[in-house]
Design a protein around this ligand. Structure first.
Ligand SMILES: Cc1ncc(COP(=O)(O)O)c(C=O)c1O
Length: 419
């Protein structure tokens, strides 16, 4: 079959789709593999049963059932849900938002596809515009999203070494120069893959730079505030009329529901919902219906604080302890885990590429993600980009210790073989 350029790009098996297929095949061939690779949220029974009870209530009520199954939503998404979320954001954070500042999407991944391509790519005057990632590495799902080539530019981080074998990335403002071709800045906060949280003062400076250039600052809050709130509690939630906050229901434990949220100026939400209508016609009703009432009565934040955050907190402690116990004298650093549910290991002077390490680990029965692909727009000639691994600790507690013990054992062997 002859594909179009679009077809060639989006049906290709490169980058993340290749890796995801590889992970899928590995798992179906061998279900005993210790899976620490994907971005799947943990299975928290109490959270699933809370949502299942809400689903049963909706399904038992004739009118609610009809709203769930039988109606196309308005282009910007369920109005009652947007009203309730706007009230919540005003109450919690004193943000000046109304329902016109909110647009819904079928998952935040598809929202990013629409938003990024609305802003970057070929400008009306024919010039090329990019999304700039001020703190590389970034979420690998952005990588292949652009309709044109050269879609991203990025700034490498400044690395601070901390006590107890930890390190932290900071935005390197001395290296962050924004050319006129930059269409928007974007950071995930907390970061997938690193668990870093861009500090309040870094956000304020990014906001200042974005305003000075007349471009928006996009904050990907998939793991952050207000829900599920897997973020260092000293970080302040951020939004203003020059920023775009992208939220997702997935990390609440609802990735199957495919529901994303854009909080932005009315100009952006209108453009977004028009483009999204062309692509999706309307948004799914399940996410908004499930969450209706849970902002007003406080039950959503309660679920986050009492069930979801402690679940990941326990696993994060286990994962750190497992690395510390087995690390010995290896130059393996843990990125200070400030949010999300990943440990990002920097294996300094790793004698092999992290992709080779990933393959060796897969052979030994543990699946992680190699770091290379996360250095979007910045990596190729930087040794650091081949020295990192992302480990998810969202799974069962029984996976974490043996999984990390295997990873550390392989690292000991790898370094020893090259001494
Ligand atoms: C940082 C980040 N942003 C966005 C997404 C997309 O999430 P979803 O499409 O499930 O809302 C993910 C998924 O893992 C993510 O990690």
């Amino acid at each position: 079959m002859q594909f179009s350029r679009f077809g060639e790009k989006f049906s290709g098996n490169s980058g993340i789709s290749g890796l995801m297929e590889d992970l899928g095949t590995a798992l179906s061939d061998d279900p005993t593999l210790l899976f620490m690779g994907g971005g799947n949220p943990g299975r928290i029974e109490s959270v699933q049963s809370a949502f299942a009870a809400r689903l049963a209530t909706i399904a038992a009520d004739r009118d609610q059932r009809h709203q769930l199954l039988g109606v196309y939503q308005a282009p910007q998404g369920d109005r009652g849900f947007r009203d309730e979320l706007a009230r919540f954001l005003q109450r919690e954070y004193a943000w000046d938002v109304g329902p016109e500042n909110i647009a819904l999407a079928n998952g935040s991944q598809s929202a990013f596809f629409v938003l990024y391509n609305l802003l970057a790519g070929e400008a009306p005057d024919g010039s090329a515009r990019q999304i700039h990632l001020p703190l590389s590495p970034e979420y690998v799902g952005y990588r292949d999203i652009g309709l044109s080539d050269g879609f991203f530019s990025a700034t490498r981080p400044r690395i601070e070494r901390l006590d107890r074998g930890q390190f932290k990335y900071h935005v390197d403002f001395s290296a962050l120069t924004l050319s006129d071709s930059v269409a928007a800045l974007c950071v995930s906060r907390p970061s997938n893959p690193t668990g870093n949280v861009v500090s309040d003062s870094e956000v304020a400076e990014l906001d200042r730079l974005a305003r000075a250039k007349g471009i928006p600052l996009i904050i990907d809050g998939a793991y952050g505030q207000p829900f599920p709130g897997l973020i260092d509690e000293t970080a302040t939630a951020f939004w203003n009329d020059n920023s775009i906050l992208m939220l997702s229901l997935s990390k609440l434990g609802l990735p199957g529901v495919r529901s994303g949220i854009v909080v932005a100026s009315p100009e952006v939400t209108l453009a977004f919902s028009r483009a999204n209508t062309v692509i999706s016609l309307a948004c799914g009703t399940l996410g908004p219906q499930l969450l209706r009432g849970m902002f007003d009565d406080g039950s959503l934040l309660q679920l986050c604080r009492q069930q979801i955050q402690p679940y990941y907190g326990e696993r994060r402690r286990l994962a750190i302890r497992a690395v510390e116990t087995a690390r010995g004298d290896l130059p393996v650093w843990i990125h200070k885990p400030e949010g999300a549910f990943f440990l990002w290991l920097w294996c300094e002077n790793l004698p092999i590429d992290s992709f080779t390490l990933y393959e060796r680990l897969k052979e030994r029965g543990v699946i992680v993600l190699p770091g290379n692909d996360f250095f979007i727009g910045s990596g190729d000639d930087w040794p650091h980009s081949r020295e990192c691994l992302r480990i998810s600790y969202a799974g069962d507690t029984q996976t974490i210790e043996p999984g990390i013990a295997l990873i550390m054992d392989e690292l000991h062997k790898t370094y020893a073989a090259h001494r």
